[in-house]
Structure formats: C-alpha cells, structure tokens
Design a protein around this ligand. Structure first.
Ligand code: PMT
Length: 405
C-alpha cells in the first residue's frame, strides 16, 4: 500500500508565483492515494484559478471564511478537524507572518489556529524577504511551535535574484509528505552508508574511477531517513542531490572514504557499504600533468584498504551490510565476500544485466545471510532501497534479540 493512501491533506495556497506549480502537486499527491482539499488565499487567486484546482483535486476549493454555502458544505472547523496534515505551499512571507501572530483574518490562517493536525510550511519569497529579520523571527516562532518548515530551496528566483527563497520542487514536497507519514521503524538507529564511486588520482588532471552514480546508496540513505534513522552518508563524487536530513560527508578517494568510515562507523548501529570503491590506487601520483612522450604507459597500482572489511573488524562494529557487484557467478562470489569480509548480510548486484546496476534508475538485488537469501525484484532504485532497508532491519532486530537471550 502507498504511504499516502487515504491520507487527508489540506493544501493551503497563498499568493506567490510558485502557486502555478500547485495543480501538479495536487495531481501527484492524488496519484499516491491522498485525498486533497485546497484552500486558497485571495492572493493565490491572482496566480491560479480555483476552477483548475477543483478540477485536479476533485473536491470543491475553499477560499472564504464568510461563504455561507461553503460553510454549509464543510465548515472551517470541520475542515480543520478533517486534515491529517495542512501543507501550505507556496507560503508567502505574509501568510507566515499572519500565522506566527495567531491571526485569523482569512480561511487559511483560521484553519491553522483551529486545527490540531500538523502544519507544514513551504516558504516561497524573494531571497531578501526570506533573510529579513522579521521573517526569520516568524519562522523561529513557528519552529518552536513544532510547525514543519519545508525549504526554501536556493536558485534563480522569478524576480531575477539568486539565493534562498524558492519553493521546493513538487517532487521534493511529495517526498516530504511521504516521509512525514512513513512509519518510523528505525528510530534510535544510526545508519552509516557509503555511496558513489571513488576517484584515484593519476596526476592533477586525471583519475581512475568507475560508473557508480550514487543513486543506489542515496536511495538507501533516503529510505533510512524516512524510517526515522539518523543517517551519515559518506559519498564519493556524484552529480545527484543528497536526501534531506542526512549528514553528508563528501570524499574523493578510497583513502578518504576509509578514514571517514572508521571515524563514523563505531557510532553506527548499521553500516551499509554501497560505494563502488576503487580496489587500487596509483602508487606514485604525479605532481605534474603527465606528458604523452611514449606510445604506451604503465601505472604502478597498490591495493586500497578494504573499507567494509576494516569496519567489520572493529571491536564495536555495527551490523554489517556489504554489496557485491558481479558480472558472473554472482551467488558464489557474493557468498564468498559475505564470509571473507565478515559481514552479516550482502546484497548481490548482477551488473551484467542491462537496465540495472551502475548508473541505471532501476535495480534488482539478492540479499544473502549465511543461512538464507531473499530476492528484491527489478524496480526503481528507491523502491528497491525501501525493500532492502526493511529486510536489513528485520535481520538486525533478529540478531539483537538473539544477543539479548
Ligand atoms: O551508484 P549506482 O550507479 O546507483 O550503482 C549502484 C552500485 C552498482 C554501485 C551498487 O549497487 C553496488 O553494487 N555497490 C558495490 C560496488 C562494489 O564495489 O562492489 P565490490 O563487489 O567490488 O565490493 C564488495 C563490497 O566491498 C562492497 O560493499 C564495497 O563497497 C566494499 N569495498 C570494496 C572495495 C574496497 N576497497 N572497500 C570496500 O569497502
């Protein structure tokens, strides 16, 4: 079942240019099973029509506190009680200020006072307005009242300024809604995850690396954060955005990843080695760009530390999960690594199959322990990661309950 299935979401729209994105937001929330009711401020109607939002939400749009017909259909108190969450997107400096002051001078601000449901605010305004002391004080007030502040994002703004103040992207807001309702079954756990490739320098302009995009490791980090874990993500160089809520440590080489892994792993409950770490590095990195003086060239390579094996040899090691990226004899090699590296679990990744593995959006895994195996069928990497995190936690819980007996 989808996390948002049957969730009742009141979407409050205030008068910012980002209001034009809200029909897409409504559509995506509904696709995931949510029931969405839209409340608009007067300002919002200057940017987008109630008719559009009524059509996409399939529900009447509320925009007035004093509309007798609307109050008869679903009064503001009823709407406030109906909501599982109120999401205000975009939230202008004006609506943020009015809510912070406890005003009830339109339907949306009144709802915020009248509800016991959680309220999430997705700020959207000019960067100077966002940084203004008054706005920051209002945000601090709302945070202290346990309002959720989603964003803002940074980038180019409608007015041409560049900076913080953009409403988060629709996909990010949908993700945050999912995270909000996701079961927090990893609360009190700390997951340390390696992701992405490493780069081993040859000279100042060249390096040895591989095709890892970081997508699989980042999806695992996202699944763990959504389930309530504290997550430390040790990432090689990638071109994707880390999930919100992770502590991200950026590294380049296997040596740097090794150092950071040994630093953070002892505090972890679970260590997941998803990174495609270079097994070798160049013995003598040239200080200058190497010139093409010969037809052939040789590089002396030396073995890198095996990060996951070194973490697994710590006295206070966390629950250990490795990956095995293989192109042949996948089960045999994966089982070999499980034992040799002293791991609790290993996720075997057949990277010879097209449409999965390195740099693909999809993946399929088989998770091995010394006594059993579970297939995670081909799907989007986020779905695979959600499934994997659930399975890892089942094994972790089983191991801990045996320890306690
Ligand atoms: O990043 P994506 O594009 O999404 O691709 C995902 C992935 C294919 C990289 C991922 O699913 C995956 O399979 N990661 C493991 C890649 C790998 O290097 O596997 P390996 O079989 O060479 O290594 C075995 C295990 O030892 C891995 O957990 C690896 O992180 C770890 N290792 C390897 C070498 C080393 N020096 N230190 C390590 O910790």
């Amino acid at each position: 079942m989808q996390i948002l299935q049957d969730k009742k979401i009141v979407l409050g729209i205030s008068g910012g240019i980002a209001a034009y994105k809200t029909p897409d937001l409504v559509r995506r929330l509904k696709e995931q099973g949510a029931d969405v009711r839209v409340v608009m401020t007067e300002g919002a109607k200057a940017f987008i029509t109630p008719l559009t939002l009524q059509a996409v939400s399939g529900n009447p749009v509320s925009d007035s506190l004093l509309d007798t017909q609307a109050e008869l259909a679903m009064g503001h108190i009823e709407l406030a009680k109906w909501a599982d969450i109120i999401v205000i997107a975009p939230a202008t400096a004006d609506i943020i200020a009015r809510i912070a002051c406890g005003m009830a001078n339109d339907l949306l601000s009144t709802l915020c006072l009248a509800t016991t449901a959680p309220v999430a605010i997705a700020p959207a305004m000019n960067q100077q307005m966002w940084h203004a002391q008054a706005t920051q004080e209002n945000i601090a007030k709302l945070t202290s009242r346990t309002y959720h502040i989603w964003g803002p994002g940074a980038g180019e703004q409608a007015c041409g300024d560049i900076g913080l103040g953009r409403m988060l992207e629709v996909s990010e807001l949908v993700t945050l809604c999912n995270d909000f309702f996701a079961e927090k079954y990893l609360e009190n756990q700390h997951w340390v995850i390696t992701a992405g490739p490493t780069r081993e320098a040859i000279d100042p302009v060249r390096y040895i690396s591989n095709h890892s995009s970081g997508k699989m490791g980042y999806a695992i980090a996202h699944a763990a954060v959504s389930a309530g874990a504290k997550v430390t993500l040790i990432s090689g160089p990638v071109a994707i955005t880390p999930p919100i809520g992770c502590h991200v440590i950026q590294v380049n080489s296997a040596e740097e990843m090794h150092q950071q892994a040994l630093k953070y792993a002892p505090d972890g409950t679970t260590f997941v080695a998803c990174a495609a770490v270079a097994d070798y590095r160049v013995a003598n990195v040239s200080a200058q760009k190497i010139k093409k003086n010969n037809d052939a060239m040789q590089l002396d390579l030396v073995r890198n530390h095996d990060i996951v094996a070194d973490v697994a040899s710590l006295a206070n090691k966390p629950f250990m999960v490795g990956f095995a990226a293989e192109t042949q004899d996948v089960e045999q090699y994966a089982r070999g690594k499980l034992v040799r590296k002293n791991l609790d679990l290993i996720a075997a990744n057949d990277v010879a199959k097209s449409g999965q593995g390195f740099n693909s959006d999809n993946n399929a895994l088989t998770l091995y322990s010394t006594i059993d195996k579970t297939d995670i069928p081909l799907a989007n990497k986020q779905l695979v990661a959600n499934h994997l995190v659930l399975l890892i936690n089942q094994h972790y819980t089983a191991k801990n309950s045996i320890k306690k007996q």
